[in-house]
Design a binder for this molecule. Sequence first.
Ligand code: ATP
Length: 266
Amino acid sequence: MATQREAVIKVRGLRNQFGRQVVHDNLDLDVWRGEVLGIVGGSGTGKSVLLRTIVGLNRPAAGSIEVLGVDVLRAPDDERREVETRWGVAFQDGALFSSLSVLNNVIAPMREHLDLSPALMKSLGELKISMVGLPPLACGKLPSELSGGMRKRAALARALALDPQIVFLDEPTAGLDPIGAAAYDELIGELQRALGLTVFMVTHDLDSLYAICDRIAVLAEKRVLVEGPIEGMTDVDHPWVQEYFTGPRARAAQVKGQKTGQTGAG
Ligand SMILES: Nc1ncnc2c1ncn2[C@@H]1O[C@H](COP(=O)(O)OP(=O)(O)OP(=O)(O)O)[C@@H](O)[C@H]1O
């Protein structure tokens, strides 16, 4: 099995620096096709910066990033634009266009990258919106007219607009109540299995880690300190990892994960 793993994202020797603040130094990371990878780490360890760097919203000081076989930092513009259509990103606050309806938000990437008739885009947009569990009524609403949980689902629908192979999620369950968060986790797990997605998820949510992540990458000391299945994290001899994965919240999340039988998406 291990020999068949294909890295859809390969980060090597990554350095990110803002002024004199070094956020990442010589960071390496592989993300395997079809996995749900949870990125965790203390506040300010650079989880969001890592995501933003991989998707091209932040230019690193050094290193290389390969996504789906494309060297995204050095590829010519047309190749880079093409590979961008093969991933989708959903940010924590949704980052939807506030003046566009949910349907038009979901259609926006199609308008930009595909040459489809308006009628076909509308049908595809409605399909994506139903895939994330939003009612048809949501299509015509503005983002401001949705609840926080619905906005996150709308952002996910937009991330799925171009049938991506990889989805990046930045703190997808932040701000949701526990029931809403569990439902969102379930949705991600279902979509991942149904569509064969690779999911790169920055999260603080221990329940999500136990419920849907196949592997965890811990950011500490400016790099990926450790990566692997969640079960092995309690053996890692590092104060933050110990506190995070053996504290009372982790124990509660583990029990919950076992109760619902949701440990790992496989
Ligand atoms: N554009 C920027 N300019 C300057 N500093 C930045 C910029 N973006 C991020 N940083 C800094 O980089 C560090 C890492 O930020 P990042 O948002 O990635 O942390 P994080 O691990 O996601 O934290 P949290 O868990 O609190 O969301 C922080 O100290 C932040 O202030």
